[in-house]
Design a protein around this ligand. Structure first.
Ligand code: ADP
Ligand code: MG
Length: 399
């Protein structure tokens, strides 16, 4: 069967006893004023971490956090709160190195106790990380026996920790999180139960063109909301007022609709909207009667009739993929359309997969996380994978 995991080993295939295991994890958690807002990415990596410890590995964890540029950023983006949280979760001592570079781990490794884990400081404090530096990778390789990538959210980037390092290591593979992520996305791409509906939204058509192209032959219907819907409506000659559209993509949207319909697939667009004259919290808003929008009004969410229509489409499907919110969900009450989709997904008992950072955030805000088959921990990585791209962080692991 076609799978992104073909030719790639998993953590279970290595003898880890007393081996130094360099594990790339994605601890790029949302932080506010030095506090972790959501530790999903930490808990999602626990199965691999726990497994490695149970098997007697000497564990070195490596992650980036945010995009440090200035010295001020460096203070804010230390992995210290993450190390602390992980220590609590595992009941182990997490030794945070001052720097992601250098030989400090080498000195500590021989005496490392089974109650201790090494964690490198924010990888992006090292200039070579985003530059995919071989020099930096050589430092890490000098003390690494086995390399495991479990950082799904970073696997679409060829950086020193995801590409240059595994190039230098023979014993390499993926952890349980990446395995699960890819298995779920593979199910959607290659062995989906029909009918398969892709609910797409978010800010731009241009972000999702390749996704639509790659899914055309696989889905039965596209259900489209969010700002991208207005470029599609404009392509059909419907008045969209001052809604956010991409003028340069109208022609392409028209071609995409023709292509989808030519393949006998459905493309379902909003039939009513929530509109405002000014986009701000507390803005006066109203619903339109039909699809067209008067001058100087902009659509900020799908309307009640559309929500019902979309929920019906979702209820009639056996494979569901959601990427991109239906409205400006950050400003209530314009989250209602996205909540309606989240609720319809939650009610569906078949396969429901959510990719996309903002769609995951909506699902969490609606408190429906537990009701989904899978919520991806990597918005960018899942989008690229669903587009049909090879993720560099996986490609390098192929034997
Ligand atoms: P995801 O992260 O799930 O892939 P995107 O990043 O593509 O989603 O899009 C999310 C953004 O789209 C949100 O910030 C949201 O405010 C915006 N958005 C959705 N609908 C509209 C709309 N009608 N007008 C303007 N922005 C919108
Ligand atoms: Mg987003």
């Amino acid at each position: 069967m076609q799978s992104g995991l073909n030719g790639i080993k998993t953590i279970e295939e290595f003898d880890l006893k007393n081996k130094t295991l360099f594990m790339r994890v994605d601890f790029n958690v949302p932080m506010e004023e030095g506090k972790i807002v959501d530790d999903l990415r930490i808990t999602a990596a626990l199965p691999s971490i726990q497994y490695a410890l149970d098997k007697g590995a000497k564990l070195i964890l490596a992650s980036h956090l945010g995009r440090p540029k200035t010295d001020e950023d460096r203070k804010k983006l230390s992995l210290e709160p993450v190390a602390k949280r992980l220590g609590e979760l595992l009941n182990k001592e997490v030794l945070l190195m001052d720097s992601p570079e250098g030989n400090a781990p080498k000195a500590i490794l021989p005496g490392l106790k089974s109650s201790q884990i090494i964690m490198l400081e924010n990888l992006r404090f090292a200039e070579g990380e985003t530059k995919n530096s071989i020099e930096l990778a050589k430092q890490w390789a000098s003390y690494t026996d086995v390399y495991i990538n479990d950082a799904f959210g970073a696997s679409h980037r060829a950086h020193a920790s995801t590409d240059a390092l595994p190039q230098l290591i023979t014993d390499k593979g993926v952890g349980f999180l990446i395995k699960k992520e890819i298995e779920m996305l593979d199910k959607v791409l290659y062995s989906q139960e029909k009918p398969f509906t892709a609910v797409l939204g978010g800010s731009k058509v241009s972000d999702k063109i390749e996704l639509i192209e790659n899914l055309i032959d696989k889905v039965d219907s596209f259900v489209i909301g969010g700002a991208m819907a207005y470029t599609f409506l404009a392509a059909q000659g419907i008045a969209v007022g001052s809604s956010r559209i991409e003028n340069s993509k109208i022609k392409l949207a028209k071609e995409l609709i023709e292509k989808i319909e030519f393949k006998n697939k459905k493309v379902i667009l909003p039939i009513d909207h929530v509109i405002v004259q000014e986009l701000k919290a507390g803005a006066e808003h109203k619903n339109t009667d039909g699809p067209s929008i008067a001058d100087s009004w902009m659509a900020v969410d799908i309307g009640p009739k559309t929500r019902e229509r979309y929920a019906f489409e979702v209820s009639a499907s056996k494979t569901l993929l959601w990427n991109g919110p239906m409205g400006v969900y950050e400003i209530p009450p314009f989250h209602e359309g996205s909540y309606a989709v989240a609720k319809a997904f939650a009610r569906n008992e078949h396969t429901t997969v959510i990719g996309g950072g903002d769609s995951a955030a909506v699902t969490k805000a609606a408190n429906l996380e537990d009701k989904m088959t899978h919520i991806s921990t990597g918005g960018g990585a899942s989008l690229e994978y669903l587009q049909g791209s090879q993720l560099p962080g996986l490609k390098v692991l192929k034997a």
